[in-house]
Design a protein around this ligand. Sequence first.
Ligand code: DC
Length: 202
Amino acid sequence: MSFTVAIDGPAAAGKGTISKAVAAHFGFAHLDTGLLYRAVGARMLDGLNPVQAAETLTAEDIKRDDLRTADVAQAASKVAAVPEVRRALVDFQRAFALRAGGAVLDGRDIGTVICPEAEVKLYVTASDEIRARRRFLELTEKGQTTTLEQVLADLRERDARDQSRATAPLKPADDALVLDTSDMSIDAAVQAAIDAIARRRG
Ligand code: DC
């Protein structure tokens, strides 16, 4: 039996943390769909045509260790606006969502386009400043040199692009539960997500 949890939202809202915790709690598989776009973006920075990069993406590509850099994040957001790139990644994501035993997918268009039939849809968000602070701490902990202002500017640029593109723009599905984590601890946000899923599972 499949059971799909779709978790969407802007950059650095806490989707990854919540998705991993929820997947561990319920024993579901987890797919961070941003990694697919990041891998295509990284291959574009290597000089490949983004559509070809998406059509020939392998498991190795999404294991690259440079996918979490700011440059790759921007490249990912750019390739994600190309309809053929998105199309090339649909089947893999849908098959993952329908695997037996349950799946959590996090991204931008999971509840709206990839899995409109998902059993649970969450839209995780937080204020720009709080998201930038979280991402800044994450990047500096990894040894990347940047400033809070730069991270905030990057994040706003990426969100604006992701929200305004014609194909599968970032927005909450009509039936998504919106979780604003601005004033929530990680534990409280994870618990709210677990409660929403538990209610649906019965
Ligand atoms: O979630 P992330 O920050 O790793 O995503 C990187 C970029 O990939 C994001 O700015 C937009 C794009 N993306 C998308 O368009 N659709 C998804 N389902 C996931 C990511």
